[in-house]
Design a protein around this ligand. Sequence first.
Ligand SMILES: *Cc1c(COP(=O)(O)O)cnc(C)c1O
Length: 387
Amino acid sequence: MKFELAERVKSLPPYLFARIDEMKAEALKRGKDLIDISIGDPDIPTPVHIVEAMKKAVEKPEHHRYPSYEGMLAYREAVAGWYKRRFGVELDPQTEVLSLIGSKEGIGHISLAFVNPGDLVLCPSPGYPVYSIGTLFADGEPYYMPLTEESNFLPDLKAIPESVLQRAKMMFLNYPNNPTAQVATEEFFREVIEVAHKYNIIVCHDAAYSEIYYEGRKPISFMQIEGAKEVGVEFHSLSKTYNMTGWRIGFVVGNREVIKGLGKIKTNLDSGVFQAIQEASVVALNTEESILDEIRSTYQQRRDILYEGLKSIGLEVFKPEATFYFWVKVPKGYTSEEFTIHLLEKAGVLGTPGNGFGTPGEGYIRFALTAPVERIEEAVQRIRESL
Ligand SMILES: *Cc1c(COP(=O)(O)O)cnc(C)c1O
């Protein structure tokens, strides 16, 4: 038998990390001591009080049945409470909050609710690949908005042709940004709302990294800006804030029509998040700030060491204000992929080639602060020696 893949799968962009993955596997097989700072997956465990809450919750038989697709009211209320405390934003837990099986699930599905074949979806490039892949799965067409150093890694909305804006159905944005580590300004968000209003574009802001920040400089929420709720939604995740990437829980808040649309897709596709996880997540969302401050200070220590280290080597690097990423220019004479391979082969350090996040990422490599301080120091030392 021969099973033909569907066109939407066959036409997926080539998986740029496949070659790197292969080389990584090969290096590990040879017994090489690899420092992997390529992946945005925290190495720090979930805080103990959340794990304890999960242990208790998992024993309750009422949680063993199907959950509702939209999430327990207690979970949605905890989300609304968190938004109020953190951002001063009021949300109706019944209509303006929806649970997600990780924010990736909602980001990947939302196009199915709103995008018709041929509609354009504005996606940042470099960017989290799910924005454009979700678009393609809904037979929409991604239109890439380049994030460049010249525009502070914010899309230049004025550079988008009028004809594109007229055909655009949605716009994805992500600040604090993966992979560039840039944060957004109120002024930029106001401009986004103006454009969205004028051209009837749904704004989907991904705020997965809003709680990974340094020196107490808290990033803003899109929802804080006047008019945001009329034009869009904000996706959020417990993954990065509470080191819960394996638990699979997130949420989306904001415009009730957009939430309702995504809900229609979800109710037909999935059966919600395991209620025990939701119950533990209520505890997570009420975590004392001191615990989160400790996690942030761990990242800050790593950030400072990587920043000073890379700078002392002579690499062009800026100090991130938020996220656990570094977006570093590769030295002259290398492409992103060549430099990534050079570091893997000659230093045993694994980063992510910037072009894997989109063409404008060419010339960059991304490092993640997801390894202990000693390993980051060692990585810097080995990169120095390899150059
Ligand atoms: C990690 C990440 C997410 C979160 O994914 P989950 O599915 O909630 O674990 C979302 N957006 C971006 C940009 C990310 O890097």
